[in-house]
Ligand binder design. Structure first.
Ligand code: ROI
Length: 168
């Protein structure tokens, strides 16, 4: 039973970022214990953090799953690996594929491997805006609607790419 709902943030700024994200959505779709429900458009933005790296392409998807959070994290990390992700680089460096579990139901968790909801969401326009596209009624952990978080975060320079993503 795929009775749990998770939101996943996707990002890439190397090796054809849009193709990396589409491939990752397909990989999730193919997993027998993950069902891809919704996915946003692709959004391009300047890097947050160190500026000496290419622009990012980001998206967010919603899945249902029968996996536990740690097992879903294993799946996300395996997909990152299969897209040539190298973890040896510095923390805020460029990457071929980054898959971040943003929320898992309304679970709060703080372990060595996983913090839920994701710690950085609040400041990240490139997470909040695509999330709003697929879940406009979402209530965040502090009880405020996602729209209020976006309002506080401020918008600058996120560009929605026109391409429609087909997952088959
Ligand atoms: N900046 C943007 N715009 N998008 C990202 O996905 C992203 N990911 C990161 C850092 C380096 C923090 N900056 C980013 O990990």
């Amino acid at each position: 039973m795929m009775s749990d709902t998770a939101f996943i943030g996707l990002g890439s700024n190397l090796a054809q970022p849009a193709e990396q994200l589409k491939g990752a959505l397909r990989d999730l779709h193919q997993h027998e214990k993950v069902s891809l429900q919704r996915w946003s458009h692709l959004y391009q933005s300047a890097p947050m953090g160190p500026k000496d790296q290419p622009d990012y392409v980001n998206a967010v998807c919603q899945v249902t799953t029968s996996l536990r959070p740690e097992e879903l994290l294993d799946v996300l990390q395996a997909i990152e690996q299969s897209h040539g992700r190298e973890r040896k680089g510095h923390k805020w460096g460029p990457r071929t594929l980054d898959l971040d579990m943003l929320m898992f139901n309304d679970l709060r968790l703080n372990t060595e491997r996983l913090t839920l909801p994701h710690y950085g969401m609040r400041e990240r326009e490139f997470v909040l805006v695509p999330l709003f596209e697929i879940a406009p009624d979402l209530i965040m952990q502090d009880g405020l609607p996602l729209a209020a978080w976006i309002h506080k975060c401020g918008l600058d320079g996120l560009k929605r790419l026109s391409e429609k993503i087909e997952i088959v």
